[in-house]
Each structure stands twice: as C-alpha cells, then as structure tokens.
Ligand binder design. Structure first.
Ligand SMILES: N[C@@H](CCC(=O)N[C@@H](CS)C(=O)NCC(=O)O)C(=O)O
Length: 214
C-alpha cells in the first residue's frame, strides 16, 4: 500500500496548490489506491518526518520499504512503475521526462520567486520595485512554452507525467493573472484540470482542507 503525507491544514485552504495534489493526481492517473497521513507543521520538523524528508516538507511517499521525497522523484517513480503517465517508446519517455524537469527546473523557480516577492518579502521597501522584474522573468519562460505548445493538446503526444508536472506548476500562477496573459497556456491548464483523475485528486485534498460547512 502507498502512503503519502499532506498538510493537516493546507495554508491555501484547499485550492490544491500544496504539492501533495500532484502526487495524488499521478496516483489517480495510474489508478493506484493510497493512504494519506496528515502532518502538522510541528510534526513536519520532528525526527519521524525528518527521516522521510530531511527538509521537513510534504509530500513524502512510502511504498513497502521504499521512502521518497521530492515530487519530481515521486511522480517519476509512479510513472515508471505504473502504466498511464509515460509512453512505451523509450525516446518518447525520455522526452516526457525532459518536460518534467523543465517544469521543475525552468518554469517553477521564477513562479516561486513571485510568491517570495509578494508574500515573504512583500513588506520590504524594495518589494514594489522587484515585483515587475519577477513577473517579467516568468513571462520570459511562458512565451517559449506557449509557442512550443501551440495548437497541441499536450506537450509531446499523449498526456504524460510531463504535462502533469507542468500544469501543477502553472496552476500556482492563476491568482496572479499571469496565466490569463497566455490563452494557449490557460486553455492547456483547463484541459488538464478537466481530467477525471485531476478532479478526484483535487476533491480528495479539498475534503481535508475545506472550511467546515456552516
Ligand atoms: N521541492 C519540493 C518542495 C516541497 C515543498 O515545498 N513542500 C511544501 C508544501 S507544498 C512544504 O512542505 N512547506 C512547508 C515547509 O517548507 O516548512 C517538492 O517538490 O517536493
């Protein structure tokens, strides 16, 4: 049985932006059942969790005697072990992996910088000057990504782990309005969100994080 960890209470209140969503999504695409162990911020920094993730973060992934951290490694492992997220052809698999790394190494860093600039450093005297620079750095990545996607449905043939990771990263941009500047990418994200596997993953995290009714 697979067990992942997730926030006991996600800071995003259930918008699906915590990174356990991308792992849930991969497990749903490959139709693997899984358990979730919820952890508090305090528990994440305690020895039991640090043994799973030395940086004290979620998500982690346990399967038999295998324990993994880092969503790139986790999704790649799921996609390699179970059918549904990587093509059979070796070259096409390698290309899908390129897109996973592109999502995590080329697209996600400036998007995370935007969060840092707005939230963590928003009260600094230079914050207002820095924000446009960070936004332009994101645009510089989205222009070629959008051009490459063009009229395609997915980045390289059928939906793959590369698309799953790319969309997971792009979703973090929605609130900023930057995604809407790129209709091709906004439509790509919407197509991915409409996948039943994404819907199940989103609903599962929302069930934990949604404010209680009433
Ligand atoms: N590069 C890591 C990032 C993991 C990460 O930043 N996790 C966040 C939740 S989405 C977290 O645990 N934040 C709390 C903390 O860092 O203390 C991955 O992709 O797994």
């Amino acid at each position: 049985m697979i067990t992942i960890t997730a926030f006991e209470k996600s800071p995003d209140g259930g918008k699906g932006l915590a990174r356990d969503t991308r792992v849930r999504w991969a497990l749903e695409e490959t139709r693997q059942p899984y358990d979730v162990r919820l952890v508090s911020f305090k528990a994440m920094k305690e020895p039991a969790h640090l043994a799973l993730n030395p940086f004290g973060q979620i998500p982690t992934y346990e399967e038999g005697d295998l324990a993994l951290f880092e969503t790139g490694a986790i999704v790649l492992h799921i996609a390699g072990r179970y059918a549904g997220l990587l093509p059979r052809d070796a070259n096409a698999r390698a290309r899908a992996t390129s897109w996973m790394f592109a999502a995590l190494n080329t697209i996600e860093p400036p998007i995370l910088e935007l969060f840092t600039a707005r939230v963590l450093e928003g009260d600094k005297p230079w914050a207002a000057d820095r924000l446009p620079l960070v936004k332009d750095r994101i645009r510089n990545r989205l222009v070629p990504l959008s051009a490459r996607l063009g009229e395609r449905e997915w980045l390289d043939g059928a939906f793959s782990a590369g698309d799953l990771m790319m969309v997971s990263v792009l979703l973090r941009l929605r609130a900023s309005g930057l995604l809407d500047e790129f209709p091709t990418l906004a439509a790509y994200v919407a197509r991915a969100e409409a996948r039943p596997a994404y819907q199940r993953a989103f609903a599962a995290q929302l069930a934990i994080n949604a404010p209680p009714a009433g």
